[in-house]
Ligand binder design. Sequence first.
Ligand SMILES: Cc1ncc(COP(=O)(O)O)c(C=O)c1O
Length: 396
Amino acid sequence: MSTTGPRPPEPIPGARLLFSLDPGVVHLNHGSYGAVPIPVQRTQQRLRDEAEANPMRFFARGLVDRIAHARRHIAAFLGADPDGTALVGNVTIGVGIVLQSLRLGPGDEVLCTDHGYGAVALAVDREARRTGAVRRTLTVPLQATDEEIIEIVRSGLRPGRTKLLIVDHLTSSTARLFPATAIVAAARERGVPVLVDAAHAPGMLPIPVGTIGADFWVGNLHKWAYAPRGTAALVVAPQWRQRIEPLAVSWQQEAGFPLRVEWQATLDYTSWLAAPVGVYTLRTLGAERVRTHNAQLAAYGQWVVGQALGVAPADLPNPGGPMVSMRILPLPAGLATTIADATALRERIGDELGVDVAINAWRGRGWLRLSGQVYNRADEYERLAEGLPALLARHV
Ligand SMILES: Cc1ncc(COP(=O)(O)O)c(C=O)c1O
């Protein structure tokens, strides 16, 4: 490969061996579902074994305290107030909890951006239908500067009417870092509450949640913090905690926040109990080292695949920060412009090239998203670069 682009990072010794990925598949899409390190998988399995050995003892003696212990550990890792942190299954659930706790009414609006996650927009739409509120969506140019993003959001707020602003810290379809802290400050000046969708932040963005100052923040530990799937944290500012209602009422309803949100009857809570081992694994590898490695590898992947597709370096979208471990590339016009087409193309790349990537349809265009993770190597992106142009030519 040419040496004029970014150079791939040195692999982190031994890191690849921590994962149990199928060696026949190149997994360049950590951002969607993560991958759980073997020590974390083993810990969760031991916890499940414990539950199956004695279900009564596991569920009815001490589980609430063990959940609280995991919650405190995770809150400390996130830099969040432990009393304002509740463990939830995923960001989707956290967003649903916030929306239904707001008690929206006719004439109210929830403000989003067009970089937001599709399922979050659907959740807002359902809440709007239920309550008579509306969703309004701001258009943010892909290459907007932080200042431009802040200004677009600031001028889009309608105090009194905008009951919630939802902003992604790192967007999914566009892998774009938003200046979340400054946006929260701008909204606060105008009295508008903010929910930060930080699905990708834990483990990737080293910004303490407490310094962002959002009314609501929700992030997945099962993406970049190596926790088992089903581990997320919902962080709520003090003035809202009394109002937060779980999606389903269960036995801890009278315990108040956060336990009333966390306790959802007979569930498998082992992902939360094992999550601290994911955080420990990240710390053992060196969180900063992992972040730098992953961001450099994603940048290399974007460049090498961009070269193969003939995308000029100036047209490669910039993620907005050096820590971002996902990068996107525009696909040739007309390809993957709908969710159905994007899904079909993603599956075809997986089947024919043995490479898993994310493909998103955004603003009438198809976008390829690449992640970088410690188990990835430069030659995996090169393999994609080699096979993709011909596959896309056949796909048109
Ligand atoms: C920005 C964003 N929000 C929300 C979600 C939903 O996360 P989950 O599927 O864990 O609920 C994702 C998932 O990738 C995401 O990228």
